[in-house]
Design a protein around this ligand. Structure first.
Ligand SMILES: [Zn+2]
Length: 84
């Protein structure tokens, strides 16, 4: 017994349930894999890692900018040596 449903791509009743997570259309190349949604959670972790790497690079860039900026903006306090 196979479950046949209407295909959202071609509109024909050719969408069959292959697995618990996989639907495939017999009339066209349409495929719906529910396993991909589960797998996308792991790719989200990769995205977070990339974002962390970018954040780290930005921090490094900001630090290098602070080091390379010319000194002399902050005035030194005048030495009070004249004691009456
Ligand atoms: Zn189809």
């Amino acid at each position: 017994m196979t479950e046949v449903t209407e295909c959202p791509q071609c509109g024909k009743k050719g969408l069959v349930k292959r697995n618990a997570d996989l639907f495939q259309c017999l009339c066209c190349e349409f495929k719906r894999d529910f396993n991909e949604h589960k797998a996308s959670s792991t790719s989200n972790d990769g995205l977070i890692l990339i974002m962390l790497a970018i954040a780290g690079l930005l921090i490094l860039l900001l630090q290098s900018c602070a080091v390379s900026s010319p000194p002399g903006i902050v005035p030194l306090p005048p030495e009070v040596s004249d004691v009456p």
